[in-house]
Design a protein around this ligand. Sequence first.
Ligand SMILES: NC(=O)c1ccc[n+]([C@@H]2O[C@H](COP(=O)([O-])OP(=O)(O)OC[C@H]3O[C@@H](n4cnc5c(N)ncnc54)[C@H](OP(=O)(O)O)[C@@H]3O)[C@@H](O)[C@H]2O)c1
Length: 325
Amino acid sequence: MKAMQFEVDGPIEWAEVPDVSAAPGEVVVEIAATAVNRADLLQRAGGYAPPAGESEVLGLECSGTIVELGEDVTGWSVGDEVCALLAGGGYAERAGVPTTQLLPVPAGVSLAEAAALPEAVCTVWTAIRELPLPEPGDLALVHGGSGGIGTMAIQMLRARGYRVAVTASARNHALCLSLGAELAIDYRTDDFVEVVLGATDGHGATAILDVIGADYLDRNVQALAPDGTLTVIAVQGGTQAEVDLRALMRRRVTLRAMTLRARPRTGRGSKATVIEQVREHIWPLIESGEVRPVIGATMPLTDADAAHGLMGSPQAPGGKILLVR
Ligand SMILES: NC(=O)c1ccc[n+]([C@@H]2O[C@H](COP(=O)([O-])OP(=O)(O)OC[C@H]3O[C@@H](n4cnc5c(N)ncnc54)[C@H](OP(=O)(O)O)[C@@H]3O)[C@@H](O)[C@H]2O)c1
């Protein structure tokens, strides 16, 4: 079979690789589409190796059709259209996928579009599932509201009943507002602490979903409401920061941080658990149309190089970049 192959900092090319087969508890999916994640760019630069034993091929999610069943597989059939959360292997013709990481293509979503769902939905779900139900007026702040994660976070937080504010580039504000955000803050020109406090009578944000990390830590704490929760899911602005613990204590802050790819396949805190919960709690919202995949660009998988360039550029579209075969 073929897959996109790369050397660190070198070109990425469609090349012959060993065929995948279905191990016990796995299926082989003939891939229709995958989607670009920032982790792919990091892995390509040599900085984000897959967990031990997982595919070295890029690609954290895919959609497609089951073409082979491994031993002990029940509940899935050859011909089923699925999407899947992967620890690697999406930039290929076929992927071997544990059944515990499969989801059916939701009604109302095309097979290709479904590839844009698993990584964003599962990431946002794990970031928000422990948040309390909001009280009237409670506001959530989503940094990077225009990104693949942010566009999903706006919709899932709105569905949960939160008012939502985002930070994003001005060119992406209309998209964020169309998805249900009520405030879009230009992170280049506006102070998000001031805007959030202004929008909440000085109370602050009940929840903050952060993709910036160190650069925003201090200001995130200032923007949090008492008993608020700061969840760090990415560190685009650095990993090392100092924090005034008294400020955390005064506000009774909960600080959480998480990553999806490193979760084990099964057991405590596993991908299997996340997939089961997402199927129960979020898939119905997608099937009802309340939450939808947001796709900013669609390109051929063999143009992955150009797609990576687009994601890292000032012209990056809002939402996900889909790669279709
Ligand atoms: N923890 C996990 O398991 C997990 C899972 C998936 C993704 N992630 C990480 O989450 C991050 C977001 O992923 P993504 O797929 O949404 O990436 P993306 O589509 O490239 O989005 C990046 C976002 O960051 C925004 N941004 C850039 N600089 C900013 C700043 N100074 N302040 C506020 N926002 C800023 C961009 O806004 P504009 O384009 O509007 O400027 C854009 O919305 C990535 O770092 C990714 O690696 C983590």
